[in-house]
Design a protein around this ligand. Sequence first.
Ligand SMILES: O=C(O)CCC(=O)N[C@@H](CCC(=O)O)C(=O)O
Ligand SMILES: [Zn+2]
Length: 337
Amino acid sequence: MLALGKLLELTLAGHEPSAKIQLTPDGTRLRWLDEGALEVTPPAARDNGLDLLLSAGIHGNETAPIELLDRLLRGIARNELHPAARMLFLFGNPEAMRRGERYVEQDLNRLFSGRHEQTSGFEAIRACDLEHLSATFFGKDTGRTRLHYDLHTAIRGSKIEQFALYPWQEGRAHSRRELERLRAAGIEAVLLQNKSSITFSAYTYAQLGAEAFTLELGKARAFGQNELVNLDLLENALHALIEGREVITGEPTLDGLQLFAVSREIIKHSDSFQLHLPADIENFTELAPGYLLAEDIADTRWVVEEQGARIIFPNPKVRNGLRAGILIVPDDGSGLA
Ligand SMILES: O=C(O)CCC(=O)N[C@@H](CCC(=O)O)C(=O)O
Ligand SMILES: [Zn+2]
């Protein structure tokens, strides 16, 4: 196997490869760009016009998706997978990955779309680098198709194990075709965002014009302990996408895919913030109207008013000013294009 196929190993060891460019026997070019960043270019005759950005490890302890990207890249470097797509592989937060922690100083996935300019430190620099790497990768050629999957796992268990978050941009409709693609890849639910955000997928969606998603793929576990999450459907779908073998048929069907919309983000304003949920509550747990969800400084109370409300990502330990949970409600998909 080509040495650059071991990007994960290189990244965890903090090594810069001596040979930055390598070619597979089928003419695919691998180019190391930066720590945890590798570009894959198919031979021109096979290039199908898709620019595919795959990222994982934005949170360093979310290892199942990191291992998935490692398998894909090794497949390419062994000449077993034959890309028709141009690709950028990114391991988001190498130092946090080495430490097995979500982040080192601050949550990298809250520092995009310029937010890194308002702060400093390790993750701020990395967010800036990741923005440049992805902007350069997608470049100025608008004739190509841009797709970004930012792969994560959740801190807690979930009633719906594999789900996606679809960013939002003014005047832009969410794509039914992209949702069909996700459904075929084993994604069971999609949360349609309705305001801008400072996550990585929100940046590539709104600033770089990519179709972009955060994918949540089970619960965060240490390296080598991910046998409980079955990513076979996603992995097969990614193989087909990478090799340009995807079969697109007629009108997209979303059968079985559950859609949700954000009703409210619960923002933690102060150290007095209290979340009234059991520590082991699962994502997508339903909350009845009238339920007192949280309290904060100045008598702020978060009471559930919505019918069919569910909670995802409840986390009272986030920094003040950040979201400590999302209240979501079922969506009928009428706004899809
Ligand atoms: O389980 C949790 O509480 C967080 C899991 C996670 O890291 N989720 C992402 C979602 C990003 C998005 O909103 O698109 C995050 O919080 O960064
Ligand atoms: Zn994450």
